[in-house]
Each structure stands twice: as C-alpha cells, then as structure tokens.
Design a protein around this ligand. Structure first.
Ligand SMILES: C[S@@+](CC[C@H](N)C(=O)[O-])C[C@H]1O[C@@H](n2cnc3c(N)ncnc32)[C@H](O)[C@@H]1O
Length: 357
C-alpha cells in the first residue's frame, strides 16, 4: 500500500512515498496480564476485540487534522484526492478570511475544525519543521477530537487547557473556534517546551496575545484563577493503554502498574481544580486515553459526590452521531470509545460537567 503525497513542508516539497511497514513491537506481559484481568472484568465481551486492536499496532490509524492557519485548501484537496474522508459535519465551512486577525466574532460560527480519516491503511509522515512555515496538518487519534467537540466552543470564550502538552487538543481548540483567550497549562517543564514548539509550528504570531502558556501544577491553578474561564479541558495524565502496553521492559511496565494506583487521586484533584477555574454556568470536560474505570467513572463519580455545584451532562445524543466511526460505550457517566477491529480509534473516555450557575 503506497501513499504519494506532494505538499509544502513534506521534505522540501518533493514527492514523499510512505509505505505501510510491518512493525515488530512486543507487548509488555505484566501490563497485558493486568489489562486482561481488569478490562476482561469491566468490558466483558468487548475486551477481546479491544485487546486484538491494542496488540496489533499495524492496524492503528491516524486522523489528519488540517491546520486552518496554513493554506488549508491545498492539503484538503490533496487528502480528498487520496481517498481520505471527512468525519466532521461542517467540514466544508468557509475559512475565516483573515484567521490571524484580532477580531473576535460575536456570534457562533460553524466549526472550522477539519479532520480527515484514511479509508485504507496508510500512514502520513509528519511534516518537518521549517522555521517561519506553518505546518499544514497534525496527526492524531481521531477519538481525541471528541473531548474538544464536547466543550461546545463558541467564539470569544476564555478557555483553559489544564494538562496541555504536547498540544494536540490545544490545536484542535484553536481550529474549532476563535477564543478570546486560550491558556495552555503544563506542569512538566520539558513537556511545556514540547508544547511551545507545537504551538509555534502551527499558529500565526498574530495569535500570541490570545494563546498563553503556563507552567503550573494544575491542581493549584484552579483555586488561584477561580471563576475565570468559560470552558476548561482536563485531558488528564492517565494509564495511556496504547503506550503502556509497549513499555520498554517488564520492569518499566511493573513500575507503571504500581504508580497507576496513585492516578485517580491526582485526576480527581485536577478535576476539582478545573471546577474552581470555570465560571458558574461554565463547562468542564474530563478526558483520558485509558479504558480503566478507576480513572474514568471512578474519578468523575468521586468528584460529583463531593462537589454539589457540579452537574453531569449527557453526551450520548450529541456524540452518538459519530458512532459510524467509533465503537461507543455508555458507562454510568460519560462516554467511552473502545477500539475494535475496523474502528480502531480510542481508547478515549469523555465526560462533561457543568458548574451550576
Ligand atoms: C494526556 S497528557 C495531555 C495531552 C494533551 N492534552 C494533548 O492533547 O496533546 C497529560 C499531560 O498532563 C501533564 N500533567 C501531569 N500532571 C500534571 C499536573 N499536576 N498539572 C498539569 N499538568 C500535568 C503531563 O505532563 C502530560 O503532559
């Protein structure tokens, strides 16, 4: 299977041939055994399907999020001619004539977010960094757009991305609507640098007064900026099933499993902090890329039980329209995307909570 792609920034604009290669990654047995025990119990019949996808990296797909700030029509036409399909409703909405301008539209505009999915097993190469040239697309697991869509962003809002590096969802936020302010927070200094590089590669300089970087512990940021934001995304540090399954050694896998027990407490702290940061009537979206109920419904349930001002919102109706692409499961709160053969996107857990007005 060969994809021939000719576009700016892909290796000096020359034709780039990308073959689908066989990977030879070995799964980490202690992690797999732990997943078998936990997810077999929690997901029942669905776990063998999810397991088969997680154990077959060659079947993993990448969505292509188009950067509306960098000649989007070029890449869009190219992707369509290569058989990629759009999976978002307003994919052909007009682009802002001057996306980098300071003007903030006062009324909601159709989503500007465009993401294309491959219809055959091809993997686009990432674009090389060229100083002064914005990248045209970002590769991502398409399910990771769902938390951003769940934010229901409107132009002119103040948005906080509490756990932001490497910046995929921050970029998706900026593709979706023009916020008055986007604060991208990341506590790890090295990952914050990575985040800064991502933003620099995709965003025009004219956005720099509306997109700010912060390096705080997300657990304390909320109380220090109480009631500031209309929308807050908590894309929490989590078990990251795809990556943990390919831990570099059994020792690393075992260590991660040990550390796993501490994650729900951190995640709940981050979610409580987000509920402080959001204004009354505003919305917090909590997401992870693990199937683990301890880190998903367990965390949300504990926070809801201790925050009377937090109100759970149902996402099913809103996001069920994507069920053609994703295998969606409805746990006791929120929504879970479970990778299955043919619909390999996920794992992704999404939950929306409104702070009562
Ligand atoms: C799942 S990743 C976020 C991915 C990112 N939202 C994206 O779409 O590219 C979680 C991030 O949270 C960061 N993190 C961990 N503990 C944190 C804390 N206490 N405060 C803020 N960020 C934290 C991690 O370093 C990691 O970069």
């Amino acid at each position: 299977m060969i994809l021939i792609l000719k576009t700016k920034g892909l290796k000096k604009g020359k034709k780039k041939r990308e073959h689908v290669t066989q990977t030879s990654r070995r799964s980490c047995q202690p992690v797999l055994a732990s997943f078998d025990e936990q997810y077999g119990r929690e997901l029942g019949d669905l776990w063998p399907s999810a397991r088969s996808v997680l154990l077959d990296p060659d079947s993993w797909q990448y969505g292509v999020m188009v950067n509306r700030f960098a000649s989007p029509n070029d890449i869009t036409n190219l992707l369509q001619s290569e058989g990629f399909t759009s999976f978002l409703p307003h994919a052909h909405a007009p682009f802002l004539p001057d996306a980098g301008s300071q003007a903030i539209p006062s009324s909601p505009s159709p989503s500007l977010l465009q993401c294309f999915l491959p219809t055959r097993p091809v993997r686009l190469p990432s674009q090389a960094h060229w100083p002064g040239v914005l990248k045209q697309f970002y590769l991502l697991n398409a399910a990771s757009l769902l938390p951003v869509l769940a934010l229901q962003l409107r132009p002119g809002e103040k948005v906080l991305d509490l756990c932001s590096a490497p910046g995929g969802k921050a970029l998706a936020i900026l593709q979706t609507a023009d916020p008055a302010l986007l604060c991208c927070n990341e506590s790890d200094p090295h990952r914050k640098e990575w985040l800064a590089r991502t933003l620099e590669s995709f965003l025009p300089r004219s956005l720099s007064n509306r997109v700010i970087l912060s390096n705080q512990d997300g657990c304390v940021l909320g109380p220090s900026e109480a009631g500031t934001y209309d929308k807050v995304l908590v894309d929490a540090p989590c078990s990251n099933d795809r990556s943990w399954l390919y831990s570099s050694s059994n020792q690393q896998g075992a260590q991660r499993l040990e550390e796993r027990t501490a994650l729900p407490a951190l995640q709940a702290q981050l979610l409580r902090s987000a509920l402080c940061a959001v204004r009354p009537g505003g919305v917090v979206v909590y997401s992870t890329c693990t199937l683990s109920s301890n880190e998903n419904t367990g965390v949300v349930g504990a926070v809801l039980a201790s925050c009377p001002e937090a109100e759970l919102e149902d996402l099913w109706e809103e996001l069920a329209s994507f069920s053609g692409h994703f295998t969606l499961v409805r746990p006791r709160c929120g929504l879970l995307v479970v990778p299955t053969p043919g619909r390999t996107w996920g794992p992704m857990y999404i939950c929306r909570i409104r702070r009562r007005g």
